[in-house]
Design a protein around this ligand. Structure first.
Ligand code: FES
Length: 215
């Protein structure tokens, strides 16, 4: 059995013990007149806010939208979300730093989360993670991380590839996934969750989308 890799602070999760500065004054709500926000991002955030009785409830989808635009939850992205939502950057940052699927440091655009939680780990998830990292080694366009249970244990060992769930994976699939992404191709369609028949007894209709990889 492979020993689970841990960071020096003992957790499998990086960064949870990053230091904060309690003496730093909180930033106010940004001034909308002096904080430019891309028009499409503003519209998307406002559309999300309109779905909730309390507009701040749209913070998670708003951060997803900003992360898509900026590639990560940069200080600029956080400022823009705060501006549109009329809340402080601190409130936005608190959510961005809590959820694992928000990137608070620059990362590659190709995001692969390899599940190394219990079901996937028992079926070789750690080997899949190592093979995936080896396949993309040296390419800064790839953001590959081990991840806790992605809720698709029935397809273990699996990964979320830019939000698409793929599995069960063999180590040899990893080079194929990386190569497909580099070529702009759909990754291993036969192993995608979206290609599986749904459980609807009336229809055997393929699942057309999933929210895999989204907080
Ligand atoms: S343990 Fe991997 S999806 Fe649940």
């Amino acid at each position: 059995m492979t020993e689970v890799t841990r960071f020096t602070h003992g957790s499998r999760i990086p960064g949870w013990d990053d230091a904060v500065d309690p003496d730093k004054a909180p930033a106010p709500v940004p001034d909308a007149a002096t904080t430019p926000v891309p028009a499409e991002l503003r519209q998307e955030i406002e559309a999300e806010m309109a779905k909730y009785p309390v507009s701040r409830s749209a913070l998670i989808p708003a951060l997803h939208a900003a992360q898509r635009v900026h590639g990560w939850c940069s200080p600029e992205a956080i400022e823009q979300v705060a501006t549109v939502m009329g809340i402080t950057p601190g409130e936005v940052a608190a959510v961005a730093t809590f959820y694992d699927m928000f990137e608070t440091k620059p990362v590659g655009r190709q995001t692969i989360y390899v599940c190394t939680n219990i079901s996937c780990s028992l079926r070789g998830g750690d080997k899949i993670l190592a093979a995936m990292k080896a396949a993309a080694e040296g390419d800064a366009d790839f953001n590959i991380r081990g991840f806790e249970c992605l809720g698709a244990c029935d397809m273990a060992p699996m990964a979320s590839v830019n939000g698409d769930f793929v599995g069960p994976l063999e180590p040899a699939d990893c080079a194929q996934i990386v190569s497909d992404l580099k070529g702009g191709l759909e990754v291993i369609p036969s192993k995608q969750l979206r290609a599986r028949p749904c459980a609807d007894p009336a229809g055997n209709v393929a699942v057309t989308s999933n929210e895999g990889g989204q907080s």
